[in-house]
Design a protein around this ligand. Structure first.
Ligand SMILES: Nc1ncnc2c1ncn2[C@@H]1O[C@H](COP(=O)(O)OP(=O)(O)OP(=O)(O)O)[C@@H](O)[C@H]1O
Ligand SMILES: [Mg+2]
Length: 1040
């Protein structure tokens, strides 16, 4: 990440250097003369008003002295003196009220901008577009239907233009990151004074980006993307609980700055986040101005902890006051704090903080509060101090502090009341303890509390980062929510740093928008009328330059001498040149100095500035905390101990970094990141100082608009070209828009061939914007030396057209592909049907052939059998007739000697025997291996094979010409006469031979049939045939 960042910064630096040279070479442009409006009766003008600053009014008459009689919209009349400074209202005031883009105001003036913002605020629309920036006025109330899921959804749909919204800004950054035109990394800088709504806005941006970029493959519940999203969003309540506090300007004021980097993968899915924090206002732990609060977490813990937890932590004890928590503030918002504590704990659990770790954190917090109750007393102001035993809360608090923080009571008191002094005399070190005064001991106690709280905050941020930061990412969108500009009655080092950060951001804004943009037009040869702007470099020189407030402060720390506050302020005022620092009026008694900031003049008190800058932590206190029996506490101060040891090893030659030096370094690195990304600005505006809904304090709003250069931004945005794209990139991206039915898309110009690329881009732009409005094509986009410059809205239009063209192309490809697939499918289906039909027909034919063969064999056998039988019967009959004849003769002879005769005739006997044998055979079939019947076997197989094909089916009945017989006596139906070949079962060898002979005649035919049947019966064959069919199906159409 570092290398591209460095090269990007170097490139930007070179560009700015070149631009500066060009700028210097150029003769200064004369500021265009202002044309005085010509006032006449009936003209609508903007008139000054004491409360509303500007109001629309109609001129009723014009005096000879230039005075104007005007009538306001509410009917009131007034006479005003004008020197041509009342701008006319162009068109109607209604147009001004209805527009949501300030760049469309014509003529553009402060009055029109203010009126537009005011009317929009009153109608419940708080976001207004100001060219490339967004102006968000804080409504101080929940606007219905403004931030729901459906609104997020609406802003993700890229087609139609939507009303200005914070989500719109987030979407712009996200889509720019997706498109990759210009820097892929983006930053959204949210600025505005304290209470203007920066934190709220940053939260909305985070929610939007985390929602639209969440990765949800749909196979996990909850999806990994949702887990990351909830972890990232849960960092907010934790950071706000530990880093926000109630101030006179904002009940939820951020007492630290933060830059959240939302990390994305190649597919623009959110995969993590990392948080960088800046300068926590740790003095708030030990001191709050009247009406202000300590950090929220203390109150949340005090109100929200369970009874057992409170008992453990020594909170809520009767008649026990905590010095660091003014009781009024504790009880004021008890219910809110209680609920907020639940949310904080939930968020802590979600980011992975176990219940034990949470308890460790609460122990430190509670230990700090008890530490604050340790007070000192002495006989005189400069006398050595002692423990204030009279303080009734002392003993209890001392016990709780030592137990919770794991410190030794006596050691703690000693470290607070005695200072370790190390003196070096001719290489000999002597250490002795010097007793402290009451003030010194109090300062040491507070120092310990501040140290522990600051390290706890850092530990929490590091923990959150560990839980949310992705190891590698492709791109990021940074959200900057840094403390707003502050000006209190008494301002100290914290306000100086905060206001310095705001000056830096303002400079970045000016450099990016007002200067760099205009300089780029001149470098690229774009006709441009320069707009003047307020440059805050002189103010920054006063704060951070070579001879500046910071340099004086650091010098004092380096010299490590006792310096009186008034002497220091005099030294500052005498030593620093420039109009941006001056002496306060005589009325201000305490030593102070005033700095002229871009937003306002701020009076800084010189008291305690040097000490705060030193931020000296006595080594005794570090060692005491490092030796704590509570491992969590000793871990918190490990880094301080290491730093101290390094310093000691170098014999104090390495100076500890001062607060302003550390702050400047971290701010510089932030500015480097911001410069390397594509910035987007959201200007938050606070509508009134009382933080009340439905109140629009015009004068307060105007001062904010003036301070942050909103007017200049709108003017430049209205006339300027927010989108600047190098020719090569442009032709690559918008090549799709060239395509027409008549002309083919030309081949892409070479990346280094700017001339051809320019011609290509020109034709694309003309094609898009030229047809409807030739004039617009010329005035709209501009073609510089290396880039195309597009006006506001043109890029969006082109993107819309590109998306449309791509969608059309995609749907055309999809259509063709689907048609092709369908055709393929139909062909395959036809082929498969054909193959299957052919196969089935073949198989049925095969089976029928076998069946016919079998039937023929059976019929023949039956025929032969019946003929033979008939012959036998005939013979028997003849024999019987002859026997009967003999018997008749015999009986005639034996008439006188009658004998018994069988009840059934011999024919009937034969019939019964035959029937019994057959039924016995049917009941006990003979195993196939022992000679199953050669005909029945193939028949069985055959019927099985046929069953497979056409089940259920019965075999056709073949007429053999033999009718079933009935017994003449008992009437039972006779089975067909037994096959003579069955006789072989009885072991009749003659019959056996006979059968074998008969078999031999049809063996070839039958065995072929059997083989075929058995082949087709095999599943493997079926499978093979199915495989052939499938292969044919897959391979493609088969042409017959
Ligand atoms: N868009 C909004 N809709 C409703 N309420 C809002 C909105 N923006 C801000 N607020 C309200 O205004 C209060 C102050 O806003 P916020 O804390 O974001 O200010 P800030 O600019 O971050 O101030 P500071 O610099 O002191 O941290 C919020 O607590 C919230 O109640
Ligand atoms: Mg804030």
């Amino acid at each position: 990440m570092a290398a591209p960042l460095r090269s990007a910064t170097a490139k930007l630096g070179n560009l700015l250097q070149d631009a500066k040279k060009e700028w210097r070479k150029k003769p200064k442009k004369a500021t265009p003369k202002k044309h005085k409006p010509h006032y006449s009766k009936g003209l609508d003008v903007w008139v000054h008003d004491t409360s509303e600053v500007w109001l629309p009014a109609t001129v009723t008459s014009v005096g000879k002295d230039g005075s104007l009689c005007v009538r306001f919209e509410d009917g009131k009349e007034s006479t005003v003196q004008s020197k041509g400074d009342y701008p006319p209202v162009s068109g109607s005031t209604q147009r001004c009220e209805q527009t949501d883009d300030l760049t469309t105001l014509s003529p553009l003036c402060e009055a029109a901008v203010l009126h537009c913002l005011r009317s929009r605020f009153r109608s419940g629309s708080c976001s207004t577009s100001a060219g490339a920036t967004l102006i968000a006025v804080n409504p101080f109330k929940e606007l219905e239907g403004c931030y729901g899921e459906d609104v997020v959804q609406r802003y993700t749909e890229g087609s139609k233009t939507k009303p200005p919204h914070v989500y719109g800004m987030a979407e712009r950054a996200y889509s720019q990151m997706e498109q990759g035109l210009g820097p892929v990394n983006q930053s959204i800088i949210v600025s505005g004074e304290s209470g203007a709504g920066k934190t709220w806005t940053a939260r909305c941006l985070m929610t939007y980006l985390a929602t639209v970029a969440v990765y949800n493959p749909g196979c996990f519940e909850p999806s990994p993307g949702d887990c990351i999203k909830s972890r990232i969003l849960d960092s907010n309540p934790i950071l706000e609980a530990f880093g926000n506090a109630g101030t006179a300007r904002n009940y939820n004021s951020s007492r630290f700055g933060k830059y959240i980097q939302l990390q994305f993968d190649r597919g623009q899915h959110i995969i993590g986040a990392s948080i960088q924090t800046y300068l926590l206002e740790k003095t708030r732990v030990v001191h709050q101005s009247t009406g202000e609060r300590n950090f929220h977490i203390f109150y949340q813990l005090y109100q929200g902890a369970s009874t057992e937890e409170k008992a453990c932590l020594g909170l809520g004890l009767p008649n026990h006051h905590i010095k660091y928590l003014p009781m009024q503030a504790v009880t004021d918002k008890a219910l809110d704090d209680c609920q907020a504590f639940k949310m904080t704990r939930e968020a802590m659990s979600n980011v992975g903080l176990s219940q034990d770790k949470q308890m460790d954190v609460f122990q430190v917090l509670s230990g700090l509060l008890h530490l604050g109750n340790i007070s000192f007393t002495s006989d005189g102001e400069l006398e050595p101090c002692d423990i204030d035993e009279d303080n009734k809360d002392y003993q209890l608090s001392r016990d709780f502090a030592t137990t919770l923080l794991g410190l030794d009571g006596e050691q703690l008191e000693k470290s607070l009341m005695f200072r370790k002094i190390t003196a070096t005399h001719s290489k000999r070190k002597s250490v002795f303890m010097r007793p402290c005064t009451v003030e010194e001991a109090g300062t040491r106690r507070d120092c310990m509390a501040k140290l522990l709280y600051a390290r706890l905050f850092d530990w929490l941020v590091a923990f959150i980062n560990k839980s949310t930061c992705a190891g590698q990412w492709h791109s990021f969108i940074g959200l900057l929510d840094i403390y707003g500009f502050e000006s209190f009655q008494s301002n100290s080092l914290e306000q100086l740093c905060i206001n310095y950060a705001n000056e830096k951001l303002q400079q970045h804004f000016v450099a990016h928008f007002l200067r760099a943009e205009q300089e780029e037009y001149s470098i690229e040869g774009i006709p441009w009328q320069f707009f003047s702007f307020a440059d805050n470099q002189p103010c920054l020189d006063v704060i951070e330059g070579k001879c500046s407030i910071f340099s004086f402060l650091n010098e004092e720390c380096r010299l490590n001498r006792q310096t009186d506050a008034s002497a220091f302020s005099t030294r500052l005022l005498d030593g620093i040149n420039g109009k941006h620092i001056y002496k306060p009026p005589v009325a201000v008694r305490s030593p102070a100095f005033i700095v002229k900031h871009y937003a306002d003049d701020v009076t800084y008190s010189a008291h305690g500035l040097i000490e705060k800058n030193k931020d000296h932590i006595p080594v005794e206190l570090i060692e005491l905390a490092a030796g704590s029996t509570n491992p969590f506490v000793s871990k918190l101060v490990q880094m301080d101990l290491v730093e101290h040891e390094i310093q000691a090893a170098k014999n104090g030659k390495v100076q500890a970094k001062t607060v302003v030096s550390k702050f400047k370094t971290s701010l510089d690195s932030l500015m480097t990141i911001l410069t390397s990304t594509a910035p987007h600005y959201i200007r938050c505006i606070k509508p009134n100082l009382a933080c009340q809904p439905d109140i629009f304090d015009s004068s307060h709003v105007v001062s904010q608009l003036r301070a942050c250069g909103v007017l200049e931004t709108i003017a430049i945005s209205a006339k300027g070209f927010p989108a600047r794209i190098p020719y090569a990139e442009f032709s690559q991206r918008y090549r799709a828009l060239y395509h027409t039915k008549r002309e083919p898309t030309p081949s892409l110009p070479a990346t280094n061939d700017d001339k051809t690329a320019k011609a290509f881009c020109l034709s694309v732009v003309e094609r898009i914007f030229g047809d409807e409005d030739k004039e617009n094509a010329k005035v709209g986009a501009q073609f510089g030396k290396t880039k195309v410059f597009l006006r506001s809205g043109q890029l969006e239009e082109m993107e819309g057209l590109r998306a449309q063209a791509l969608t059309q192309a995609a749907s055309c490809i999809q259509r063709s592909w689907r048609r092709h697939q369908r055709q393929q499918k139909v062909r395959r289906l036809e082929a498969a049907t054909l193959i299957q039909a052919a196969y089935r027909g073949w198989k049925v034919r095969q089976c029928l052939e076998i069946m016919n063969d079998a039937a023929r064999v059976i019929q023949q056998a039956m025929l032969e059998y019946s003929i033979r039988k008939q012959q036998e019967r005939e013979q028997q009959r003849l024999e019987q007739e002859s026997t009967e004849q003999v018997l008749l003769e015999k009986s005639l002879a034996e008439d006188d000697n009658p004998g018994s005769v069988d009840s059934c005739s011999s024919e009937d006997e034969e019939f019964h025997e035959c029937r019994d044998r057959l039924s016995a055979l049917m009941e006990h079939p003979i195993p196939a291996s022992h000679g199953s019947h050669p005909i029945t076997q193939p028949l069985r197989s055959l019927s099985g094979g046929l069953m497979d094909l056409h089940a259920p089916q019965t075999l056709p009945l073949y007429n053999t010409g033999i009718l079933p017989r009935r017994c003449s006596k008992c009437g039972s139906v006779a089975k067909p006469p037994p096959d003579p070949r069955m006789d072989d079962l009885d072991g009749d060898e003659d019959d056996d031979d006979k059968t074998r002979q008969e078999e031999d005649t049809g063996t070839t035919e039958r065995s072929l049939g059997r083989t075929l049947v058995s082949i087709f019966k095999k599943p493997a064959v079926d499978f093979a045939l199915a495989a052939v069919v499938t292969a044919l199906l897959l391979k493609g159409p088969v042409h017959f």
